[in-house]
Design a protein around this ligand. Structure first.
Ligand SMILES: C[S@@+](CC[C@H](N)C(=O)[O-])C[C@H]1O[C@@H](n2cnc3c(N)ncnc32)[C@H](O)[C@@H]1O
Length: 350
């Protein structure tokens, strides 16, 4: 049974009738990013308790505050440059940007004066929502629909896993086809298939536009996955069995293949500045900043902050499922790793 947004289902059916079977990447593009009816592009997606799923950002402001402390260290390492730009891609409703800017304004005013915050946002409805969330920081903000040259840091949380993928395993690819009224998968042999072209293209774009500085990508993924023939579908905090359930009303994701991302980044002249799981990354940040003013203001004794910290760190909650990749360009050799990578553990990749 196909369920979901009737207009979107009608559109997909008509295209399949006209064009024949289509790759899953095409289907995912329509389900998430169709200009009018896509789950994200229509503004329908709600993240957090009242929505479809949690992210690090929706856990509370602590995540943004900890990352702000990492950005501050990067700014110091780049000689406290003026016009340091924090570029965020996949900013959704702007909560992360607000948590970061709020913290930096209060705790590191010198950094606040030197920075600009640029959101890469292709969808007008999301830009409107971000504009609303970030009213207090208008002076610091800018938007663009595609990447522009910058010096500073490019940040994303759960961006790469939301990029369209082909479903391929052992030379067989699953295509979406029509069977009467139903959408079904049909399999075809393919010679060479790059399953995550959109994510790799994103890395190309970041590398081409980053003139000097860092990239931080946080996502859930694997370093050694051979088969990419199944995507996760989530709605109302439940995993759905099929991507043909609740089309345009559910999130579709694929584990990030860190190996191919890292290889592509290196081929583009980026250096790996660190790769570890979120538990070790946040522990490194907490340890580094715990004894200075920045840390004191971060780690208050409030029960809410403690709960947030536990959710972000605990290996059975978000601590192990998520990994953090940092890349660097034109930064020069660094004697010590960035604070978040002090306890880095991912030997197969690093
Ligand atoms: C899973 S959500 C994560 C949202 C937010 N970063 C968080 O952690 O709560 C993925 C977000 O990436 C956005 N996105 C997908 N492709 C994008 C692209 N090429 N450029 C900018 N944003 C994109 C989607 O619109 C969506 O808001």
């Amino acid at each position: 049974m196909i369920t979901g947004n009737p207009d979107l289902i009608r559109f997909i059916r008509a295209e399949l009738e006209k064009q024949g079977p289509q790759s899953f990447a095409w289907f995912m593009q329509q389900a998430l990013y169709h200009p009018e009816h896509g789950y994200y592009s229509s503004g329908r997606c709600v993240i957090g308790r009242e929505g479809d799923y949690f992210t690090n950002v929706s856990v509370g402001p602590l995540f943004g505050q900890l990352l702000a402390a990492q950005f501050a260290q990067m700014w110091e390492r780049l000689g406290k440059m003026n016009n340091f730009v924090i570029v965020e891609q996949g900013a959704h409703h702007g909560q992360f940007a607000r948590d970061v800017l709020d913290f930096i304004q209060k705790r590191v005013p010198e950094f606040f004066d030197a920075l600009r915050y640029l959101i890469v946002e292709p969808f007008p409805i999301l830009q409107e929502l971000q504009d609303h969330t970030l009213k207090a920081f208008q002076r610091k903000l800018g938007w663009c629909s595609s990447m522009q040259p910058f010096k500073g840091v490019h940040f994303s949380n759960e961006l790469l896993d939301a990029m369209p993928v082909r479903l391929v395993s052992d030379g067989v690819e699953k295509f979406v086809a029509l069977d009467g009224d139903r959408f079904v998968f049909v399999e075809r042999h393919v010679d060479e298939a790059i399953f995550n072209q959109a994510a790799l293209q994103c890395i190309d774009d970041v590398a081409a536009n980053l003139q000097r500085g860092y990239v931080i990508a946080i996502d859930y993924g694997l370093s050694e996955e051979k088969s990419h023939d199944c995507a996760q579908v989530r709605a109302r905090h439940r995993n759905l069995d099929s991507p043909f359930d609740r089309i345009g009303e559910a999130d579709i994701t694929m584990n990030v293949d860190w190996r191919s991302i890292v290889e592509r980044a290196q081929a583009n002249g980026l250096r790996i500045a660190g790769l570890t799981d979120q538990h070790h990354f946040l522990t490194g940040l907490i340890c580094r900043f715990a004894n200075d003013d920045l840390g004191q203001s971060l780690l208050t004794d409030s029960p809410k902050t403690k709960r947030e910290l536990q959710t972000l760190l605990h290996p059975e909650m978000l601590g192990r499922a998520f990994q953090v990749l940092a890349l660097a360009k034109n930064v020069g050799p660094e004697t010590n790793p960035l604070a978040g990578f002090k306890f880095a553990r991912e030997p197969r990749l690093t």
